[in-house]
Each structure stands twice: as C-alpha cells, then as structure tokens.
Design a protein around this ligand. Structure first.
Ligand code: PXP
Length: 260
C-alpha cells in the first residue's frame, strides 16, 4: 500500500503567523527519504494554507508524484491544468468548513464533474474523485471516466475516536454521542464493511482505490487490511506527530504501519 503525505498543515502553521516559516517545500526531500510515495496538497479556493506559489514550487521540486486536491471551480481547474501535477483529486469544498466534510455528490453534479474529468485528462493529469463509500456514487464515478476514487474514511475515524479515545468532540451527529459502546462497535464494523465492500466493487469496475481522512497511527490498521485499497493519503496525524519526533520519523512510523 502506498502512502501520500498531505503537507497542507505545514502551511497552516505558517499562515497562523502570515510569514514564510515553516515552508512546505522543505518537507519534500524529508518525505522521500522517509519512504513516502506521494506528496498531497490541497489548493483551496480561499488559499487558507497552500497558495499558488507553494503549489508551483512543490510540483517543480518534488521527486515524488504530486496529488493535488481541488474543487471543480473553473479558475482552480485552469490553474491545475497549467501546473500539471501527476494527479488531481476532486473534492467538495465549502468555505466555512474546518476540513473536507463528506465526499463529492457525483450523481447530483455528474455533468460538471464529467466535464472537469475530461478537461484534466485532456491535459494528461490523472483524476481521482473523493467520495463516500456508496455503490451508486461509485457507479457514477465509472461513468465520468475518472481513473481512481479516494474513499472518505472520516466517518470510520470519528466512530473509532469515540470508541477508543472517548472523544466527545467529533464531527459526527449528536445522535451518535448517545450511543452505547456496543452500538459504537457495531457502527465501527459497519463503517469498515462499507469501505471494504466499496473498494472491492470499485476495483471490479476498473477503478483504482485510495482512502483517506482522519487516519492515524491507531486507526489505520483496519484500513491497511483491505487489500483492494492501494494508497492512503494522511496529513493531520503525521504532521501532529512530527512535533514530537520530527517529520522524518513521523513519516517512517506511518510507512512501517502501512507497508507491513
Ligand atoms: N484525503 C483528502 C481528499 C483530504 O481532503 C484530506 C484532508 O485534506 C486528506 C486525505 C487527509 O486527511 P487528514 O489530514 O485527516 O489525514
């Protein structure tokens, strides 16, 4: 299984002071040395962390393939087409959200997404669609002619956190906060089952399958066990751990867990 390291959070820290330190570009050689397979960045419409200049430099200087997450906004897609990363991952984007909440509604926005997939592929950029684990959405992804999907693991990660870290602050619904441990355990196996069955279904339909969002050193194991998933994109937990052990060690520890 491959590891894409999402380095947006390095730019989040820089933007907290609006200066030029730390520079996400400095993570490129460290990620390669630590055994990562890909650099992932998100050029958000509001440029709250990675900006156009970062994206340009990262694509120019990275020895690892660069996966750029982005919305389907016309201006953003034009920038992606001119930057030519290895891959674009289309994600839903809302300005007020803390992070990407939920997957793309490929059924509702089928025409727009198909047009964007075609434009990116005409520019020789591979395309992945970030979606919730759902058979109907996956079937629509196949029709867009995207190369790949990334399954949103946020729901799984939230239930895991409630069960094992006793985390009350989650992005889950209020109803979930009332659940007993047994009910949470059932929900967790259902969430893993949905991810696994979706990955198998997508593979059979000819799509490569990645997964990501909310994955960390504890909850990643059950996702690593799903053989139809070929890649994980992980950011928050790796950058958080790098504060204590350094970025190279934080990436190495994750590489060890997912390449066992
Ligand atoms: N994959 C996608 C499509 C994302 O939007 C994000 C968050 O930017 C991630 C993976 C990484 O999520 P996390 O930072 O929670 O590991």
């Amino acid at each position: 299984m491959k590891l894409g390291v999402n380095i947006d959070h390095i730019a989040v820290l820089r933007e907290a002071r609006r200066i030029n330190d730390p520079d996400p570009v400095d993570a490129l050689s460290i990620a390669k040395r630590a055994g990562a397979d890909q650099i992932t960045i998100h050029l958000r419409e509001d440029r709250r962390h990675i900006n156009d200049d970062d994206a340009k430099k990262i694509i120019e200087l990275s020895h690892l393939p660069v996966n750029m997450e982005c919305s389907t906004d016309d201006e953003i897609i034009d920038i992606i087409c001119s930057l030519k990363p290895h891959r674009a991952t289309l994600v839903p984007e809302k300005r007020e959200e803390v992070t990407t909440e939920g997957g793309l509604d490929v059924i509702k926005y089928f025409d727009k997404i198909s047009d964007v997939v075609k434009k990116l592929k005409d520019n020789e950029i591979d395309v992945s669609l970030f979606i919730d684990p759902d058979f109907e959405i996956i079937a629509a992804c196949v029709d867009t002619e995207a190369d790949m999907i990334e399954l949103h693991t946020g729901k799984y990660a939230n239930i895991y956190a409630m069960l094992y870290s006793n985390l009350k602050y989650t992005h889950n619904s209020i109803k979930d906060l009332e659940l007993s441990r047994a009910e949470l355990r059932d929900k967790l196996s259902m969430a893993i089952g949905d991810i696994e069955n979706s990955a198998i279904y997508a593979n059979k339909a000819g799509l490569l399958v990645a997964a990501g969002h909310g994955l960390n050193y504890q909850n990643v194991e059950s996702i690593v066990d799903i053989s139809s998933i070929v890649e994980l994109n992980i950011g928050q937990s790796i950058i958080a751990r790098s504060i204590w052990v350094g970025l190279e060690n934080a990436i190495k520890e994750m590489v060890q867990l997912i390449k066992r």
